[in-house]
Design a protein around this ligand. Sequence first.
Ligand code: UTP
Length: 459
Amino acid sequence: MDISGNPRVLSEIPCELQSRLAEHGQEHVFRFWDELDDGAQCKFISQLETINLEQFTSLAGLSCHERKGKLAPAPVVQLEQSCKDSGEEAIRSGALGVLTVAGGQGTRLGWSGPKGTFPAAPITGKSLFQLVAEQIMFSQKKYKTTIPWYIMTSHENEEATISFLLDNNCFGIDRTDIFVFSQGEVPAVDSQGKMLLSSKGSIAMNPDGHGGVISALKISGGLEEMESRGVRYLSYIQIDNPLVHVVDPVFLGMHIGEHSSNEVSSKCVAKLDADERVGVFCLLQDTLTVVEYSDLPSDDATKVDDQDRLLFSAGSIAIHIISVDFINRVANELPWHRAHKKVPFILAETGKQIQPDEPNAFKFERFVFDILPMAQHSLVVETDRAEEFAPIKNATGSDSPESSSALQLERAARWLRMNGFEIPEHARVEISPLTASAPEDLAGIDLPRVIGDDEAMVV
Ligand code: UTP
């Protein structure tokens, strides 16, 4: 209030911005302007200026994507050990970088910091970031090379991610070999296509999906950085799979191929059953694509061959090798998807914060696998689930910290047994990524001691 008792208008809404928002039918966002103090008004204006209104308006009118055409199972090949040499040569020459998407909100897990800071290793509790960093360290040493690490964050978790890495001395990686960049974000809309306020002075925004990585790499200068270093291939991984082989020379060698390089190569695992909630590699009118589990018609999802195996069984585990040239070519081409979600908002009539019980808004996202149909040459390679897939998505049950820990312990025991060590059934062993990246790296190691049943050991 000012001394006359009138609400104090701290400053005017910038005219040009106000009329641009009005043109796009969004002037309601200033409903609480007069209640904001100077600082909040400035912050609000800065946020509004970052929103691409033209893009937003076309998104708000986006309808549910309908796929047209017949689906067929995608051709899948097996890992081919003979490709290892060419993969190793490319790694040695500095042509490989690691690309990690770590901008997600991790709502299902319910962890308060960036998901990469989650303690995931079963005995040491090493974080997801540390497990990736140590694999990179191991390969840098093995191949006497530098493998730069590109990490995509979101506006929300970028600061916390950088602090975490710096506080931990980047887990031994030279900080000049880590490139952190933020993905874009887009406003959520209600059923009338109106932006929602998350507070009286801010719009409810959400990160633009893991597919945002493709344009974010271009906008952030990441692609130029790669080109200046001679990085030609990226090992694309998500942050939440502690078993992922971050640097896999066999997979890279297959991607490079004998005659001409693929643009994207992807790993898949055989689906556990028709209901498993993973996307499936399919051919849509002869073009490779990933169909989300919710979009695969149940007739197709349950089809089996004459040996009772699922026909559409190539489950996507979000592990790819992507050629840098290809990213450059398709950087602005990825389609958008919309999803009906619960988005907390401020009620226009009362200014009260509402936590909806039911989906009330549409969020817009891009998915990284939508690069597949744009690739001229691509490959889907089947791998062993027990070797490479133990995601942490949910707080409990399947794909949880508990299920992931069990799978990590099982793989570690298996790698040691493959090298002739006797590991009792109930013993718990964790193998540091600094010790081995594959079973053969354990050949000839000395185990610190003989391990008993029910005991724990870190190798
Ligand atoms: P998920 O799709 O599992 O999402 O992300 P999430 O954010 O981790 O978890 P929920 O759905 O909110 O529970 C798979 C990978 O993609 C990254 C995540 O960080 C994770 O590594 N991701 C997801 C992004 O980088 N940005 C996004 O906008 C979404």
